[in-house]
Write a protein that binds this ligand. Structure first.
Ligand code: HEC
Length: 206
């Protein structure tokens, strides 16, 4: 029994040494153009889902989540901050999205995410982001809890919207509106303070 335990411990130590050696050689790619091995991806996904489920367990969903004013406000901010990665109805991909690994989920499609706590989960993810992925912690970017719930409200109805309905909802919103981020004065050429409203409709060529 003692010998068996010793064997197990030695095997773990040896595997750890081989792993550390491999990391040290630089053989494990850090390139976004080379996705993780599927087994590594599944392990990371499992760890992430367990952590999010635990952290979002106490989140209380507001009773007025389905209100039209929330969906409208969410649409204005989604159009300004999320479409490049998560797409708008009618869009098939974007330049930014193609280069990311993991690729951001297309939030215009009904997802397999039928978890009963989907709203709480989304709120938590938008607020805190996902470490070592491109998903930002939007609470650091000036979004209040209320701004985030507006986005969650939009996401609940987004898959049912066609491109025209989405555009009409964004047009009916006040645009890109949320709390402020403390910024150094030299960054003021791109105002992004409290209740700012700006559009991104200049043509862009390459
Ligand atoms: C620069 C790209 C990028 C931007 C901008 C971005 N996200 Fe994400 N988001 C991601 C990535 C990547 C993931 C998946 C991370 C992973 O699987 O580890 C993600 C995941 C999510 C998820 C979880 C989806 C699921 O079903 O697991 C939600 C919800 C989400 N983002 C909402 C938003 C919202 C709302 C915004 C705008 C305020 C936004 N994201 C902006 C990259 C982005």
């Amino acid at each position: 029994m003692k010998a068996f335990a010793l064997g197990v411990v030695s095997a773990i130590v040896a595997a750890g040494a081989v792993g550390a050696g491999l990391v040290g050689t630089g053989a494990i790619s850090g390139a976004a153009s080379e996705p993780h091995h599927p087994a590594v991806f599944r392990l990371l996904e499992f760890a992430r889902e367990r952590a999010i489920a635990r952290a979002s367990a106490g989140v209380v969903v507001p009773a007025d989540l389905a209100e039209a004013h929330r969906v409208r406000r969410g649409a204005g901010n989604y159009a300004a901050m999320c479409v490049q990665c998560h797409l708008a109805p009618g869009a098939t991909t974007s330049e930014l999205r193609e280069g990311l690994s993991p690729q951001p989920p297309d939030l215009t499609h009904p997802t397999a995410d039928s978890a009963p706590n989907v709203a709480a989960r989304r709120f938590w993810v938008i607020k805190h982001g996902i470490k070592a992925s491109a998903m930002p912690a939007w609470s650091r970017g000036g979004l209040t809890d209320d701004n985030i719930w507006d986005l969650v409200a939009l996401l609940a109805v987004l898959p049912a919207m066609d491109a025209a309905a989405y555009r009409a909802t964004v047009a009916a919103s006040a645009g890109h509106v949320h709390g402020s981020v403390p910024m150094a004065p030299q960054n003021d050429s791109h105002p992004h303070g409290a209740e700012t409203h700006h559009s991104h409709d200049k043509p862009h060529r390459h």
